[in-house]
Design a protein around this ligand. Structure first.
Ligand SMILES: [Zn+2]
Length: 298
């Protein structure tokens, strides 16, 4: 364990592209600073809608080869972010994308929503005990916006953090390890509102995008006072945009804006925000942390 870098960050996401949209700039920043950045993606996003017409045949209702294609997009995105350690929970294809909440795919055996939480968490315990991250980043208990795979990623990440620390749990998966700090992704409401105001002023509607999304389409929006950490990642916003572009089947990027398959424009946030839910804040009382590793022994 002596050869591990001093600072180690683990991120748990549902589908390829979620990491770049939520944490791309944070990942690029810490990787550039020499921290170990590990991404665990829980599914291959097989049920995603495909934006480029030329790739429409990859979709689940046609060739059903989108998962393999998105693995390639993820690898390209990680190259843009300078992240070398990215893994699929349980290995590629272990858990399938469950589709949007209420879709018939939610009930399909083998989908992530149907996974036993403890069993899925054991795969992550093995990663936690190997990488020994001081900081874990995942979604809130609604998965940011209610997608079953995002909710399940939250449950699995939180459960794995608990089990990894339990001395009696599966010693074959490594020595017990307690993660010092856990954060949930979030975006302060005022930042979301400003972003949409900029987007409307820019008048990209009808040009690049079919319309403008609404602030409620943004995952993880919280009242400003609930945000506990604000990482100045503006220097890495270009890398974040490049990583998002690498997920070309899922995201169309236009300068400081982007759209998903609904073609509704939304702001691309250059700064990234977090809510500390476990561990002690490294900032003075009432202030936001500016570093996820604040107060952590590195
Ligand atoms: Zn997702």
């Amino acid at each position: 364990m002596t050869d591990l870098p001093g600072r180690r960050l683990l991120l748990v996401h549902a589908h390829p592209d979620d990491e770049s949209i939520n944490n791309g700039a944070t990942m690029a920043k810490y990787a550039a600073e020499g921290a170990q950045v590990t991404l665990v993606t829980c599914t291959l996003g097989e049920e995603g809608e495909v934006i480029p017409p030329g790739l429409a045949h990859l979709a689940a209702d046609r060739d059903d080869t989108l998962g393999a294609h998105r693995l390639g997009e993820l690898a390209a995105a990680m190259k843009e972010l300078g992240v070398t350690d990215h893994r699929i929970l349980g290995g590629p294809g272990r858990y399938r994308d469950s589709g949007m909440m209420g879709a018939p795919q939610n009930d399909r055996p083998g989908c992530f929503w149907q996974a036993d939480v403890d069993e899925a968490a054991a795969h992550l315990v093995e990663v936690i005990r190997e990488v020994r991250p001081q900081v874990l980043v995942t979604y809130d208990d609604n998965g940011g916006y209610g997608h079953p795979d995002h909710i399940q990623a939250h449950r699995v990440a939180m459960r794995a953090a608990e089990l990894a620390a339990e001395a009696a749990f599966r010693r074959d998966l490594g020595d017990p390890y307690d993660i010092a700090k856990i954060y949930w992704n979030c975006v302060p409401l005022s930042v979301v509102e400003d972003g949409f105001a900029r987007l409307r002023e820019a008048g990209r509607e009808g040009e690049m995008f079919r319309g403008v999304a609404s602030p409620s389409d943004v995952p993880g929006v919280v009242p400003d006072e609930d945000v506990t950490a604000e990482v100045d990642t503006t220097a890495h916003a270009g890398r974040k945009a490049a990583a998002m572009k690498a997920h070309a089947t899922q995201i169309a990027v236009d300068g400081p804006f982007f759209a998903l398959s609904n073609e509704l424009g939304q702001p691309l946030f250059a700064r990234e925000y977090y809510r500390l839910v476990r561990g002690r804040s490294g900032a003075p009382a009432g202030e936001r942390e500016t570093d996820l590793f604040a107060g952590v022994d590195a």
